[in-house]
Design a protein. Sequence first.
Length: 168
Amino acid sequence: MQLIQIDKARYRKHLNRVIIGCGLALAVGSLAISQTLIALFPDESGSHFHWNLIGVVITSLIIGWALNKYRTHDYMTEVVYVWELKQALNKITRKLAKLKAAGREGNPDALLAIHYSYAGSRLLWQLDDNTITMDELAIKQAELDSVAAKFNVSLDANNYDPAILKQF
């Protein structure tokens, strides 16, 4: 997955609308389904927990289906890109201890994966205005650059391929 610059204002606007839309759909849909089930199948004891739960589950499945169906729509471009980038970074994070150990030994794939993780994190943090940890990231990037220079490894996030994680 290539790192691309996206329009922060458009991303935030679309993400907020998607979140609000999903929240409203969940509230309205689950209430409508559960109230319909309660009206059709009343419980003598007055406990309708299972109907409420079924309403939430069915509505969640419908929302998930709709999000998946419209993930390729132009409106969802930035939202889906950030979601997929977060998934890619999570895969790296789960193997970060092994990657760092291999990186200290000069493994170019490990160094590239770590570099991609730092570059992707920087992009995400800028989109979310999470600039508090940027100084810490800059220190880690400088350490990574010095290790890469020590082993004469050139790091370019565009060269990252998720398949290299399989060896770690």
